[in-house]
Design a protein around this ligand. Sequence first.
Ligand code: GLA
Length: 417
Amino acid sequence: MKTPERGGTGRGERALRAAFARAFGGRAPAGIARAPGRINLIGEHTDYNGLPVLPFALPRAIRIAFAPRGDAAIVLRHGREGHPPREFTASPAIEPDPPGSWANYVKAAVEHFARLLLETPGASVRGFDAAVDGDIPQAGGLSSSSALVVAAALTFREVNALSMAPLEFAARCAAAERYVGTQGGGMDQAASILGAPGCALRIDFFPLAAAPVPFPEGYAVLACHSLVRAAKTEAARAEFNRRVGECRAAAALLGRAFDRPELPRLGDFAREFGTEACLRALGEAVPPDSKILARARHVFEEAERVVAATRALAAGDMPALGRLMSEAHASARDLYEISAPALEELVRIFLEGGALGARLTGAGFGGFAIALGEEDALTRLMAVIDERFYRPRAPAGPIEELRFIARPAEGARVVPA
Ligand code: GLA
């Protein structure tokens, strides 16, 4: 079985061009910005702690067909239900919509890059008309929202001729997204922008750096939605931000214990003093019933698993990668407490069905679980999942939106319309 590594299915883009023409008086778009979602193989909740991750860009993406305007207005139309049309003016200070509005992800990108553009004396901001669509499942932990930020940022850069290196672009998109109130670490934007066909990415943070790691032919990932929404704008956001806060608290305690208050992140302490010394110091600093020790243990050990997983992947040792992924899942469940019963059930069926490894992917609290394996084995496993997981739950809508097999695909770019 062959799964596409290059995104940009012709049919989706034709439909988007037609949607643009319908929305904007029969005109053709000037280009299409395409930004993929991502799957994280391993390294969960490490990025904001300054520790590495190992994701890859998906063949599924957010697409924006756009045409520059003569003024600074941003005029948005979305092809999906529940995404009302929006308009606003591009400027360095944009009033956000109420939480939950899809346009906030576009506003996040436009505000950030408009501010950057206007740092150049004499520069002025140009707006755009845009038709938006995409095939990344939403509220699933596959970064559909970061992909929207990246696609909007690419569009803004294109119409304003604002060039920059990919790493700077990725770091800026991560900073831009804080506009929506989630304190993510930068993995999602980097994976979307730096993705390479057939490769996972080992990404490091503060400063951002990325290295492609070839993902062997014949292997893939089966991704299945747990049917539990994990929207960044809902309860999951509060839980996510609480984890970030717990890690900051742990870093502050270590700063006191080691008399290094200037070090901001758990990753700094891991590199400087090692996992064992950090956990010992934390164990002495927190009461026995505090969650902080468990959270920090997850973060430190997860980073070690990312290093081992990168080595396994580079050597083509997929069973070893799978074992590390399953260990990462257990840690996410028991120490970081970000799993959910439906995710547990998916992971159990994956492993009983012969997957090399299985885990939740992304922030957790619902969303997608993934299984690693040979492509043929995953096709069989998908039939088992349909039978045992989806059939009894009878979800609404097309099943292709809920589960699919994927290999690493290309990163974000603008294509001529
Ligand atoms: C979300 C965030 C990322 C990362 C993951 C958890 O996707 O946006 O920055 O923290 O959760 O690994």
